[in-house]
Write a protein of this length. Structure first.
Length: 113
């Protein structure tokens, strides 16, 4: 996983200006499930899923983890890499992000209960 991007892509579902329902509902359900796990995952950017050799961290997800002050265990392990730590510290969004994963999922038609 690469940590060389500092802003969420234009279609990142964490961005409040992204087109709703860009992802399949199952993706939001999977995200909710991993967010409820202590272990968690390092979420990759959907723009790079079809190019595994270029996989990059989802900056919207990373910012959400940072803002909540509770990065997943998998992210904590990844932060041993100086590039990942720099990305976490330097990442920013040019537009507002959803306040919570639950809010993002709700806007995208997925109940978080």
């Amino acid at each position: 996983m690469k940590y060389d991007v500092r802003e969420p892509c234009a279609s990142c579902p964490y961005r409040t200006d992204a087109r709703p329902e860009f992802w399949h509902p199952a993706e939001f359900v999977r995200l909710l499930d991993t967010e409820r796990s202590q272990l968690g995952v390092v979420y990759g950017c959907h723009e790079y899923r079809k190019r595994p050799n270029e996989a990059r961290v989802c900056i919207g997800w990373l910012l959400n983890q940072r803002d909540r002050g509770c990065p997943s265990i998998m992210l904590r392990l990844a932060l041993r890499d100086p590039a990942a730590a720099a990305c976490l510290n330097e990442a920013h969004s040019p537009v507002p992000l959803y306040d919570s994963v639950e809010e993002m999922c709700s806007v995208n038609g997925v109940d978080s209960e």
